[in-house]
Design a protein around this ligand. Structure first.
Ligand SMILES: Cc1cc2nc3c(=O)[nH]c(=O)nc-3n(C[C@H](O)[C@H](O)[C@H](O)COP(=O)(O)OP(=O)(O)OC[C@H]3O[C@@H](n4cnc5c(N)ncnc54)[C@H](O)[C@@H]3O)c2cc1C
Length: 396
């Protein structure tokens, strides 16, 4: 693997930097910096999404014919890394990085024409209806039922931990359309309009103080059959395909490096003129090395993939390492702020607080730490990722 960038690639990096300098307002950087949840609110992510869309850069991993920019792996890496290091808002991934690739891979020409432009423009904001009470790691046991009635499915059941469902106008969902055969064989993949009568959203507040997830109830919700992606009973394959993009479809190392830098600044701010804490500095250096190692794996995976291709089982390794490193960074953050971390501000989002009244570096640390505990649960718990790696990568 050649890690030297060519002259053209360096010119591209300058182009990305110039775009960021021109189009990324400080208010969005501040809002992302003070966001303690996994994803920023749409009022933060969507202006950046639209700016990227206008430039043709919102879907780096999509094929050109569907609106991707046609970048090489090196360009994608440079773009993701520069955006992360500049503190740009996270582009909400559920459309671009999750359901988009499934529609590209499995959708009919009509479905591609209908849904892909709406994902690119940001008109549709998606949520993921996979988990249910009792069906998380054992996802194939899901019970939300879709019964065919003419040209509609009638959906009944419940989904839980649904991130940003309270903002979403669309959900991609795994539903049970049959009880015969293996439990995986009776599952279908549906695209559901969240404004359909019969859908109720119940907020769930999490340990970090955020309203980020929800429970959804479906009561005779009618979904057109044309909103099924793939054949009836084939949804399990699509569900898994999507999870591989969810776990390994991006570049996490740039953003982790930015998060570690934030902790370094917190360390400096809290320490003042006191001597350096050698144990914390050791941890800091160990984490920087972990990020470098993850970056090498991400680069190798990205270099091996064609645009639009899914990363496969290696995505479990990427997800596992990124989530563990992120948790360690936020734990170091808590160590760094010490007693100042006990100050609890209940207001969310934190960036709504007037500027300058508190240390904006210190305040988000504890909430972010608490929120980050979920990183090794969502998208498939760490034990499940290890199981997948043992079976598929090591052949155990
Ligand atoms: C903040 C957050 C956001 C989420 N967002 C979404 C979302 O948008 N959409 C969605 O569909 N879901 C979402 N989830 C749900 C998430 O995918 C599940 O929580 C996760 O898959 C684990 O399932 P569970 O909670 O039912 O735990 P369980 O499956 O009951 O697992 C409990 C514990 O047992 C372990 N365990 C279970 N089975 C095994 C096994 N076979 N071998 C070894 N250990 C095992 C697990 O690793 C875990 O430690 C979210 C969850 C959180 C916390």
């Amino acid at each position: 693997m050649n890690l030297e960038f060519s002259v053209e690639e360096l010119a591209f990096r300058d182009e990305v930097k110039a775009f960021i300098a021109q189009c990324l307002p400080a208010s969005l950087v501040r809002a992302q910096q003070m966001t303690t949840s996994v994803f920023p609110e749409p009022e933060v992510s969507m202006p950046w999404h639209r700016a990227l869309r206008e430039r043709g850069w919102v879907a780096p991993s999509w094929p050109v014919e569907h609106g991707g920019p046609g970048w090489s792996p090196a360009q994608r890496y440079l773009f993701e890394t520069e955006c992360a290091l500049a503190g740009a808002p996270i582009v909400y991934p559920l459309g671009i990085r999750m359901v988009g690739p499934v529609i590209i891979g499995y959708g009919t020409p009509e479905q591609k024409r209908t849904w892909l432009p709406r994902i690119l423009s940001g008109e549709d904001y998606w949520c993921q209806g996979y988990s249910e009470p009792g069906s998380g790691s054992d996802l194939a046991s899901l019970k939300t039922r879709a019964v065919r009635e003419g040209d509609h499915y009638v959906v009944n059941g419940t989904k839980i931990w649904t991130t940003h469902a309270h903002h979403a106008n669309r959900m991609f969902a795994l539903v049970r359309t049959a009880d015969t055969g293996r439990k995986q064989e009776g599952i279908s993949f549906l695209l559901i309009d969240m404004n359909t009568p019969g859908i109720t959203i119940r907020p769930i507040n999490t340990i970090g103080g955020e309203h980020e997830v929800n429970q959804i109830f479906f009561d005779d919700v009618r979904v057109p059959v044309e909103n099924r992606v793939g054949d009836e009973g084939q949804g399990w394959a699509m569900g898994k395909y999507l999870l591989e993009f969810e776990r390994g479809g991006g570049i996490a190392s740039g953003r982790l490096r930015r998060e570690l830098e934030k902790v370094e600044r917190v360390l400096d701010e809290v320490r003042g003129s006191a001597p350096r804490d050698v144990r914390m500095e050791d941890e800091f250096i160990a984490l920087a090395c972990d990020i470098d190692a993850l970056e090498m794996i991400e680069l190798r995976v990205m270099t091996a993939l064609q645009v639009g291709q899914n990363p496969g089982a290696i995505s479990s390794l990427l997800k596992l390492r990124a989530s563990e490193i992120r948790q360690s960074i936020t734990r170091l953050g808590v160590d760094a702020v010490g007693a100042a971390g006990l100050v609890w501000e209940p207001r969310r989002p934190l960036y709504d607080l007037p500027e300058g009244i508190v240390s904006e570096r210190v305040l988000p640390v504890m909430s972010t730490y608490l929120n980050t505990r979920a990183q090794t649960i969502f998208g498939g718990a760490s034990e499940i990722q290890r199981d997948i790696m043992a079976k598929t990568l090591l052949g155990l």
